[in-house]
Design a binder for this molecule. Structure first.
Ligand code: SF4
Ligand code: SF4
Length: 362
């Protein structure tokens, strides 16, 4: 296993982390908890969950695993999150997380799922961010971190004024242009950088043939290649993989153990290739952010990628859970065409809106 410094916290985190959102059998709490123990035995020491994963069951699985994890004597770190919109709600969320996880301390506590600068401003104005700081002062949480789906430029602007120990963001071989600016801004502040959705929300792993070109070395699997691409970026502390079963842990650990960094030239060539080869795919570059009706076009188009790639992830689910949007936002579209004119990939955006609507109507 490779370990990397998490920003300036002094903690060393495994280069792949345990994502607690994909348990195949969350109802089997013993077997699911055993997966955490297995992961720690195999060198993974960062365990990430959230209040809503499996309606709280994921945190309960973590709590169930905790005695065994402690028995190992190894260092490990717990991460969870709150989307609270008020200080009282935040206290309640933390209380419940601590109870479910059977602990009195969370190492990394996230301001969860910040979708836009407005969303952040509302939470801040309501006193939520100050309350996070109080939780740290009171010794209930170790590090305050932020998890966001904002664009790279929005993340950069937020980090100009806000202080966090680390950031968790979605980043992969198929969406890196969208957030790279934010990732660089976080790294410049020496923050820990945790990658969620390293496999593009399932799109990469589900479509190994389409993405085979991201393999640079012999014997790489598609999962190896997706992780090697990310780990070649020294700004990235860890990539969170949502583990369904023990074989997923084996795959991720083996990917780290066989890691040979891509050279800068390989990464640059790969990035170009990704953009060139995916002419018909939205790269989430965000240049279509010109809509007079304030429709977040890139979010709909990124969700369309999942439809196009036949990903297991439904486009409507992607919209709802990743972007916090509903399909009926598209009802505001006047077909003015400004987004299509601005699109770097010259994509038929309006046509794709229709296909998305048709698909979500079943
Ligand atoms: S075509 Fe629709 S989505 Fe695109 S800019 Fe015009 S109103 Fe916005
Ligand atoms: S629709 Fe076009 S401009 Fe908009 S994010 Fe996707 S590729 Fe970029």
């Amino acid at each position: 296993m490779i370990y990397r410094e998490y920003g300036s916290t002094g903690k060393k985190i495994s280069a792949v982390g345990f994502g607690g959102m994909r348990f195949e059998k969350p109802q089997d709490i013993d077997a699911s908890a055993e997966m955490l123990v297995y992961a720690l035995e195999n060198g993974i020491n960062y365990f990430d969950t959230a209040t809503f994963y499996f309606k709280g069951k994921s945190e309960m699985i973590f709590g169930h695993a905790l005695p065994e994890l402690k028995k190992s004597g190894k260092d490990f770190y717990l991460s969870t999150k709150s989307m609270a919109k008020s200080p009282d709600e935040l206290r309640l969320d933390l209380e419940k997380s601590l109870e479910r996880m059977k602990t009195d301390f969370i190492d990394f506590y996230h301001v969860w799922c910040v979708l836009s600068p407005d969303d952040y401003a509302h939470r801040k104005a309501a006193g939520v961010i100050d309350e996070f700081k109080k939780l740290k002062e009171e010794g209930l949480v170790g590090n305050i971190t932020i998890s966001t789906h904002m664009k790279g430029s929005e993340i950069r602007r937020l980090l100009e004024t806000e202080e966090y120990d680390g950031i968790t963001l979605g980043y992969s071989a198929i969406n890196f242009p969208f957030r790279e600016e934010g990732l660089r801004a976080a790294a410049a502040k020496n923050m820990g950088v945790v990658i969620m959705n390293p496999l593009g929300g399932g799109a990469i792993a589900d479509n190994p043939d389409e993405f085979s070109f991201i393999k640079m070395h012999k014997k790489q699997s598609i999962v190896d290649a997706a992780l090697h691409f990310l780990l070649s970026d020294k700004s990235i502390t860890t990539a969170l993989v949502g583990f369904g079963n023990k074989s997923h842990i084996d795959d991720a650990v083996s990917a780290v153990n066989s890691f040979e960094p891509y050279t800068d030239a390989e990464v640059a060539a790969l990035k170009l290739r990704i953009q060139d080869d995916f002419q018909s795919m939205c790269t989430t570059c965000g240049y279509c952010d010109v809509c007079p009706e304030k429709i977040p076009v890139w979010a709909f188009m990124e969700s369309y990628n999942h439809l196009m790639m036949n990903s297991k992830y439904e486009a409507a689910e992607r919209l709802k859970w990743h972007w916090g949007l509903k399909m009926d936002e598209l009802d505001r579209c006047t077909s003015c065409g400004r987004c299509e004119d601005a699109c770097t990939q010259h994509l038929p955006i309006l046509e794709r809106f229709e296909l998305l609507k048709k698909n979500s109507a079943g």
